[in-house]
Design a protein around this ligand. Structure first.
Ligand SMILES: Cc1ncc(COP(=O)(O)O)c(C=O)c1O
Length: 387
């Protein structure tokens, strides 16, 4: 843990700067900070005239696998495809159940349904916002084939408990690491602990492409080959189609962009981490405002800094900040257990109290490496004024 810096909330009162607009995420500021490298990488793809495949895609696959301390990485078109391919690779389909957290982006559930399996929604541990291993245990049936934890907001799920539960129950463990680039758990990288794991490089992620992109990671050679085939029309060699696959290739341009950005990821995570700690110091002790926890067992990637607003004042809180030019987000306003797709289309009826309460209270504050301390002071000043 970094040392507690020598600033405190009193210094905020002298924060003279005002800002017309502070976005939740600023991808233009990120581009400006590495413009030359990105322009060069993009130009080299365009000038070579090769937009599918090529050495850039393999180079990114190798670099990202090694960054995540995993043997194999299969780049693909997006994080949702990555999940679907991972499930298919493990042979999960009709008649199988997969336990997923009730608080995540819908893609986690969607992928399970897309392969024909049944998602079983599990409530979260409200301290971590991630799937609660104790409750997972109670949901395992003879049909359960896998547990699919999501490292939400960059915070790692309680992996030790999930790994031992998966092992003792003979289940697969699939990590959805879409929000956890560079997060660690007991020194291990996100995506390195499951049988297979998936990433999204949606532009706003900590490692984001300039369009859609994703990846499947595994240490298992057979699953690696199967993922390669499923993501590319069922083939390894050109025109030698062995199975029904799909077109889920990562574009060459996206791979080139991601390789440039990957070199900066460690530095960006450090900046996110420092800003997150600073938020926590500047905003601690305010009644009605619950700050995100940190845990000894790992290091969050701080994809999002998510606070909880108690007493039903979330809308007023967001409106107040918006009036002062501060953009906030809600990730996510509806728990999976209450989404129409779950209740009306899938006809899954379940109560997930903690996930539903979180959905009613969470607010994401601006957090990105280019956010300055002056901007953060301004944000904190207005949060304190609101309360
Ligand atoms: C937790 C989680 N899983 C899966 C996905 C799906 O990724 P993509 O948008 O690249 O399909 C996302 C993307 O937002 C996500 O946050």
């Amino acid at each position: 843990m970094p040392q507690r810096p020598d600033y405190n909330r009193d210094s905020l009162n002298s924060a003279a700067n005002t800002f017309a607009n502070i976005p939740l995420v600023d991808l233009v500021a990120q581009y400006e900070s590495i413009r030359e490298e990105l322009d060069e990488a993009i130009a080299s793809v365009v000038q070579a005239g090769r937009f599918i495949g090529g050495h850039q895609v393999q180079a990114f696959a190798d670099d990202f696998a090694s960054f995540c301390q995993v043997a194999h990485c299969v780049p693909c078109a997006n994080g949702t495809d990555a999940l679907e391919i991972a499930l298919s690779v493990l042979g999960i389909g009709k008649g199988d159940e997969v336990i997923v957290p009730a608080f995540t982006f819908v893609a986690t559930l969607e992928a399970v349904v897309s392969v024909g399996a049944t998602p079983v929604l599990c409530d979260i541990d409200p301290n971590r916002f991630t799937i609660d291993p104790q409750r997972v245990k109670n949901l395992i049936t003879s049909k359960t084939k896998a547990i699919l934890p999501v490292h939400l907001f960059g915070q790692m799920a309680a992996m030790d408990d999930l790994i031992s539960l998966a092992k003792s129950s003979g289940l697969h463990l699939i990590e959805d690491a879409a929000q956890a680039h560079d997060a660690t758990y007991k020194g291990k990288m996100a995506g390195s602990m499951g049988d297979i794991s998936t990433y999204s490089f949606f532009p706003g992620k900590n490692l984001g492409a300039y369009g859609d992109a994703g990846a499947i990671l595994t240490n298992n050679e057979a699953w690696h080959i199967k993922s390669l085939k499923l993501a590319n029309h069922g083939r390894i060699a050109k025109y030698d189609h062995e199975t029904i696959g799909r077109n889920s290739r990562m574009d060459t341009l996206q791979a080139a962009v991601l390789s440039v950005k990957l070199k900066h990821l460690t530095d960006w995570t450090k900046k996110r981490h420092a800003l997150a700690i600073r938020y926590t110091i500047l905003l601690s002790g305010i009644e009605g405002l619950v700050l995100p926890n940190t845990f000894e067992d790992g290091q969050s990637a701080w994809h999002l800094y998510v606070v909880r607003i108690k007493n039903g004042s979330r809308d007023d809180f967001r409106k107040y900040l918006q009036e002062h030019g501060i953009e906030t987000g809600i990730h996510y306003p509806i728990a999976l257990s209450k989404l129409k797709v779950t209740t009306e289309q899938l006809k899954i009826v379940t109560n997930c109290y903690e996930a539903e309460l979180a959905a009613a209270e969470v607010v994401s504050l601006p957090l990105y490496p280019e956010l300055t301390e002056q901007m953060q002071d301004y944000i904190c000043h207005h949060i304190i004024s609101f309360f």
